[in-house]
Design a protein around this ligand. Structure first.
Ligand code: ADE
Length: 277
């Protein structure tokens, strides 16, 4: 996979040389190019921003440097069809970046990132390139960063670990929180390793039992507990068809009940306080 990043802070992308992404680059699985946007700003101060039309606070990134930068990146190998690049624009106004989107992006051969500083990039830039390639405006969460570079690192790492051969063990993403499959829609529960006793704390007996069925059930119950505590919205969204009898028992213990009016039928909702099981 090829990645290009156009930024006014190339040094912010240094972490792309480290760890999983760095190793994938060294092995030739990822081909990364970081470009300094100001290369394409021609005035004395290498200006890349200007005041917003219509007034208001902050500055807006200008069309010309972005247009020239992206044209230059695209000129180096642009293809249509299955080899076509996609443009990723990190912005708090984008669609939420999810594991599902990471999987989709990991299937593309070439991603070009356009992280903005200030109040964002003049809209005409995304409109211009959307005519030539898919454009994904993505948000990594409901908070506002000073710029999109941190989001580029987040998206890159989530995508890179899905590329064939990047993670040592192909099974490693099977049980990821948010991965499709048996645990779909639930967060991963706690994990333990040696030693069996640390500062008076032992590990759950079931994990030493060697009983695969019981271990799987325990993991599932822990996943349900953690999801109910940290992400009740995921329990509410979860399709009840994917819940077995034991899942329902655990949810009932945790204070959840099937909602007879839920869509699909029996979707779980949190039982109001004082309501009997
Ligand atoms: N730029 C600033 N805040 C952001 C966010 N939450 N996600 C993606 N890009 C951003």
């Amino acid at each position: 996979m090829r990645l290009d990043v156009v930024t006014i802070f190339p040094e912010y992308l240094e972490p792309l040389n480290v760890s999983l992404v760095g190793k994938a680059r060294a092995r030739g699985q990822l081909n990364v190019h970081v470009h300094e946007l100001r290369t394409w700003a021609y005035d004395r101060h290498n200006t890349v921003d200007d005041t917003p039309y219509g007034g208001g606070p902050g500055m807006v990134m200008k069309t010309e440097p972005w247009g020239e930068a992206l044209d230059s990146v695209l000129a180096d190998g642009y293809e249509t069809g299955s080899r076509a690049p996609a443009l990723i624009v990190p912005t708090p106004s984008g669609r939420p970046f999810t594991q599902e989107l990471a999987v989709e992006l990991s299937g593309r051969p070439w991603l070009i990132f356009a992280p903005a500083r200030y109040e964002g990039i003049d809209r005409r830039v995304t409109d211009e390139y959307a005519a030539r390639m898919p454009v994904y405006e993505v948000s990594i969460g409901d908070y506002v960063l000073a710029g999109g570079e941190a989001a580029v690192l987040v998206v890159t790492e989530a995508v890179a670990r899905l590329l064939p051969g990047v993670l040592g063990n192909a099974e490693s993403h099977r049980d990821d929180s948010f991965a499709p499959g048996a645990m779909a829609g639930l967060l991963e529960g706690p994990v333990y390793t040696k030693p069996p006793l640390w500062r008076g704390r032992d590990i759950p007996d079931v994990l030493l039992s060697g009983h695969h069925g019981k271990i799987a059930r325990w993991r599932r119950d822990e996943a349900l507990k953690r999801t109910a505590a940290n992400r009740p919205d995921l329990i509410e969204r979860c399709d009840p068809k994917g819940l077995d009898k034991k899942d329902r028992e655990m949810l009932s213990i945790l204070g959840w009940a099937p909602d007879p009016d839920g869509e699909p039928y029996g979707r779980f909702w949190r039982r109001p306080e004082g309501m009997e099981q």
